[in-house]
Design a protein around this ligand. Structure first.
Ligand code: AZC
Length: 823
């Protein structure tokens, strides 16, 4: 912390702020070829971005030489997704120069906020998994843990969602169309990545049988770095994102034959690898291109890791002492056979030595137990694309199963469950099994989830490797998710308890006594109201709808998925609507219910629920009896920059997944950190949030994870709830009969049927009444503003545990075995 305070004293000097204005003008001319007298916001945003970035390059190089000089062990966070959002404000926040910059920009005739709005989000991820990776990079570098993120620079990130006639429509997210000032492209560094071909044996000079991978089709990987400044900027790291380039010798023979277009076709095809992010959240779409992307990331990254390592070491034997690789889910798990291949085929090691190095290098994080998300690849596909890897996987599996068979003699069922190769329904490679076998540590992302891994999904593995599967509860960075996104609240907190909280979130506990101070409560409520006003203006701009900041802002923002149960929230909205219609003079707590989230383009049911939300909104918002008491809106294109506006303005955070299905959740943490009260099930990290904030400060309802499992076993009958609950029956009948879709009566039948006729897998019917009761408690509490604000303060005050600084430190000490540099 002293580092941060020291920094802010001489921040003008360190970052040469006196020269910033001139630099912006200079970059307008030199880099952008624009006249500084033009008042184009986009050009000024770019000129500012370049001028900010160039102030970090020195610090970044110094950080890199610190790493080299200290021979520090490095962490490599391998992820198919990063979700950084916008960079400008994050750089300024972490550099501690937001206010200074605001003044300078004002002198140029702009507000900082309007320039900020010129930046397009870097949406290189789907949701939680990618955003977690970005939070972890922020926390690693802010705590001087030497580490890098490695990923893919997709030309098209997560699609842009618009709502047309109530339906989701996808547009491509060509986010770098106008360039991206944060990228540093390394045109001179290229690695070759191989695909296809075959594995052949040969004898080396000592007469040993060796393998080599030949007749391959090659693609080049070019790195692009984006700097990641730590808070206070004593360290600056980077993410290295790969982009595919055609290899130069590609199809030379076609050229020679005069087939110019044929040769170019190959070039274009190979560059397709990094074109587009697969837009599925927790659903495996087993496409060859996706596996190519995964191996492309892994192969390029390992060439880079070994190059860096071999600059300082002569033997690979000490790799695990210098390198820790974290696999963000199984997406990069092909790294395990890849490292084996490199160690054996390229560096000549024997199997046992190579395997020992491998298993001491890798750790794997699991982010979901949803069966449709678990990756398996057909053996013939994997074997065709990566023939040598397939051989290695077979051999890993053979040796592994030998060990299992020795421990559990005669238990063939167990062998077939644990095998890396799934036999039934055509041979497939189970990537989770491969990741577990090849890693020294496997972790879940919240206590409940890790427990489910140990006793459910990975139970056999937990019995075989009793210390391998552990928990590291997720966290979020307080820099972006409080300091940056919520200046009003941050200011109040800093005035009250000092600035240390942003690097030591546990400090927020000092707010606890202030919850009893009515002047502080008033100030807290004013900050919330200010944020609600800002959001109201945004909603008006976005969807041309006025919302009243004095109503309860009830928010559910996350990917659209049946298990997350946006539908349950809609059922509550319909119930409120009916109550108002039945009794127009009823005294009810005025609410604004806001939704946001993308559905995977092929996920029919999730898209239909978006439509339902919009149709319910149409009916509710047009009704004169309801006016002023209930309003509903779906905000299109939920993304990081939208979250930064939504999160600070929430009164109520909806975290209502079927218990046992949300691995952790991180939105739940962001909302509570910003003073929202949570209504939620005992799922994922909600369990730990309740432990921290106290059961009296959170609205918990519904089935628990073991009860869901028990009900599934013993037979669950959703109709029973329908028959015994008139209010629920009415809601279901309205959905099923076309009340919300008068022009297309059957439109929502699939929604109705999923609950009434197809078993209600996510148990909405069972949780409806408990949810309604919890919502009634919300309404009652909101009428007592003093108590509500008190609880709001206590929520934020007790969120210290959910800083990603804490999570990253647990990984560092317990899994990566690295210490912060300079300690
Ligand atoms: C998500 C989980 O659904 C969410 O609960 C968790 O908080 C987040 O990861 C970060 O750990 N999972 C994903 O986004 N995707 C996959 C494939 O699990």
């Amino acid at each position: 912390m002293s580092r941060v305070c020291k920094m802010s004293k001489n921040v003008r000097e360190v970052f040469r702020l006196d020269e910033l204005k001139d630099d912006i003008r200079r970059n307008m001319v030199a880099l952008l070829g624009n006249d500084p007298r033009s008042k184009r916001k986009f050009s000024y945003y770019n000129a500012l971005a370049y001028s900010v970035r160039e102030r970090l390059v020195d610090l970044w190089m110094r950080t890199q030489s610190d790493y080299y000089d200290s021979m520090a062990k490095r962490v490599y966070y391998l992820s198919m997704e990063f979700l950084p959002g916008r960079f400008l404000m994050n750089y300024l926040t972490n550099m501690g120069i937001v206010d200074e910059c605001r003044e300078i920009v004002a002198e140029l005739g702009f507000s900082l906020e309007e320039l900020e709005e010129e930046e397009w989000d870097a949406g290189l991820g789907n949701g939680g998994l990618g955003r977690l990776a970005s939070c972890y990079l922020d926390s690693m570098v802010s705590q001087n843990i030497p580490g890098y993120g490695y990923g893919i620079l997709y030309d098209y990130g997560i699609f842009y969602q618009s709502i047309v006639n109530g339906n989701q429509e996808e547009r491509c997210d060509n986010w770098r169309r106008h360039g991206c000032p944060w990228e540093i492209t390394r045109l001179d560094t290229l690695y070759e990545v191989k695909f296809y071909g075959r594995s052949e044996t040969y004898y080396d000079s000592d007469g040993n049988v060796r393998f080599r991978w030949v007749d391959t089709e090659n693609v080049m990987a070019m790195p692009c770095d984006i700097l990641i400044p730590g808070y206070g900027c004593s360290h600056v790291s980077n993410m290295r994102l790969w982009t595919a380039q055609s290899s130069r010798e590609f199809n030379l023979s076609d050229f020679n034959r005069g087939d110019y277009i044929g040769a170019m076709h190959g070039k274009v095809m190979s560059e397709n690898i990094t074109k587009v992010l697969y837009p599925n959240d927790q659903f495996l779409q087993g496409m060859e291109l996706r596996l190519k992307q995964q191996y492309f990331l892994v192969s390029a990254t390992f060439q880079d890791i070994l190059r860096r390592y071999l600059k300082q070491h002569t033997s690979l034997a000490a790799l695990p002492e210098a390198v820790a690789v974290q696999l963000n889910d199984t997406h990069p798990a092909i790294a395990i056979p890849e490292l084996m291949r490199l160690l054996m085929d390229v560096y000549g090691m024997g199997w046992d030595v190579a395997w020992d190095i491998c298993t001491r290098t890798f750790a794997y994080t699991n982010h979901t137990v949803l069966p449709e998300a678990l990756e398996t690849w057909p053996v013939d596909l994997l074997g065709r694309l990566l023939p040598r890897h397939m051989q290695i996987i077979y051999e890993i599996n053979r040796r592994f199963l030998e060990g299992v068979a020795a421990t559990f003699p005669g238990d063939t069922e167990r062998l077939s469950r644990m095998s890396v190769i799934q036999e039934e329904g055509g041979q497939r490679v189970r990537m989770a099994n491969l990741a577990i076998v090849g890693s020294h540590t496997v972790n879940g992302v919240a206590a409940l989830h890790s427990n489910i891994l140990q006793t459910g999904l990975f139970r056999d593995f937990h019995e075989y490797y009793p210390r391998k599967i552990r928990n590291v509860t997720n966290g979020v960075t307080p820099r972006r998710w409080l300091m940056q996104c919520n200046p009003a609240l941050s200011r109040l907190i800093t005035q009250s308890i000092g600035p240390e909280w942003c690097c030591n979130l546990e400090k927020l506990r000092e707010l606890v006594p202030l919850a009893e101070d009515s002047a502080f409560r008033d100030a807290w409520a004013r900050a919330k109201l200010e944020n609600k006003r800002l959001l109201s203006r945004y909603v008006l701009r976005k969807v041309q709808m006025g919302i009243n900041p004095n109503t309860l802002f009830d928010m559910q923002f996350k990917r659209m998925h049946e298990y997350k149960r946006q539908l349950l929230n809609v059922m509550h909205v319909i119930s409120l609507f009916n109550r108002i219609k039945d009794n127009p003079s009823a005294d009810i707590t005025p609410r604004t219910v806001l939704f946001g989230g993308k559905a995977a383009p092929g996920y029919y049911q999730a898209k239909l629920i978006i439509r339902l939300i919009n149709e319910v909104a149409r009916v509710v918002n047009a009704d004169a009896d309801v006016a002023g008491r209930l309003r509903v809106a779906f905000l299109p294109n939920y993304c990081i920059s939208q979250a930064e506006k939504v999160v600070p303005a929430a009164d109520l955070s909806e975290q209502i997944s079927t218990a046992g299905m949300e691995a952790s959740g991180t939105g739940n943490m962001k909302f509570a950190l910003n003073g929202a009260l949570t209504i939620g099930t005992l799922d994922g990290a909600n369990v730990e949030i309740m432990e921290e904030v106290g059961a009296e400060n959170i609205f918990i309802f519904g089935l628990k994870a073991h009860e869901v499992a028990e009900k599934r076993r013993s037979g669950y009958n959703p109709r029973e709830f329908y028959e015994n609950d008139a209010e629920l029956r009415r809601v279901m009948d309205m959905i099923g009969s076309g009340f919300f879709s008068p022009d297309e009566r059957g439109l929502f039948s699939p929604v109705y049927d999923s609950l009434m006729h197809h078993g209600d897998y996510y148990m909405l019917m069972a949780d409806y009444r408990p949810y309604m009761e919890a919502q009634a408690a919300v309404d009652a509490l909101y009428l007592d503003q003093d108590q509500w604000v008190r609880k709001s303060i206590l929520n934020a005050a007790n969120m210290g545990k959910f800083s990603s600084d804490r999570s990253v430190m647990e990984y560092a000490r317990g899994i990566w075995h690295v210490e912060p540099l300079g300690k």
